[in-house]
Design a protein around this ligand. Structure first.
Ligand SMILES: [Zn+2]
Length: 246
């Protein structure tokens, strides 16, 4: 067996690690969480606006209500004076009567406005409650998704750990020079981690190009542990075992 053959195993392990790392990054739960976060933004914003509106409505209602109370008190006071018997002049009496009616009329007007405000408050409160419910639902959903994400990540991390252990076990079979060349090639994005290829029927299985015959002959003559590189794609080449002779 070629001394470089363990590199092919190393490459398989590293490709499997690359796939797992990509899977980990692309876990659907991650997207689902981002989607939920995006959905929460307008709800949180409208919630803040509704709270501010609710506060303003509450203050307006309170002011109106105390104005109504004031008018009612004044109307009652006028009414008491009117029926106390202390005022006898018909002109004064009819003046008091008119004043009382004016207070009552204004009070009625303000009460109608207050009623409208109370209705508006009720509807804003209902919106706030619906928003709270939506926020709570999203919180629950996102906690569930986070748990799923964590368990998916843990599963992948476990697999990555096993691959890494297998990788360490295989490393002693590879020379430092070859390993350094391998690691350097793995950084080339164009090769996407497929940096070791076989020589098969005079060609490179990586780029599928034929090796120049004189180069191929030279490669065959090199020592078993020599670092061979495809002149076309730059991949490290592993010689195939010679066909067994009968
Ligand atoms: Zn090649």
């Amino acid at each position: 067996m070629s001394h470089l053959a363990p590199l092919l195993d190393l490459q398989e392990l590293d490709l499997a690690r690359d796939r797992l790392a990509a899977n980990r990054l692309g876990l659907p739960e991650r997207d689902a969480l981002l989607r939920l976060e995006a959905e929460a933004i307008p709800i949180d914003a409208s919630h803040a606006a509704l709270q501010a509106r609710r506060t303003a409505l509450g203050l307006a209602e309170k002011a109106l209500s105390s104005e109504v109370d004031g008018l009612a008190a004044r109307a009652k006071e006028t009414e008491q004076t009117l029926y106390s018997g202390s005022v006898r002049s018909p002109k004064e009496l009819s003046g008091l009567q008119a004043e009382m009616q004016a207070f009552r009329a204004r009070q009625g007007e303000l009460e109608t406005r207050e009623l409208a405000l109370l209705e508006e408050i009720e509807s804003v409160d209902a919106e706030i409650a619906a928003n709270r419910e939506a926020q709570e639902r999203m919180r629950v959903e996102s906690r569930q998704i986070e748990a799923l994400l964590r368990s998916a990540e843990e599963r992948i991390d476990g697999e990555l750990g096993s691959l890494l252990a297998a990788r360490s076990n295989g490393l002693p079979a590879i020379s430092a020079e070859v390993l350094a060349a391998y690691e350097k090639l793995r950084k080339r994005e164009r090769l996407a981690g497929r940096v070791v290829a076989r020589i098969l029927e005079g060609g490179c299985t990586g780029c599928r190009m034929r090796l120049p015959i004189h180069e191929h002959n030279l490669m065959q003559a090199r020592p078993e542990d020599a670092l061979l590189v495809c002149p076309h794609c730059g991949r490290i080449l592993v010689r195939s075992d010679p066909a067994p002779t009968a």
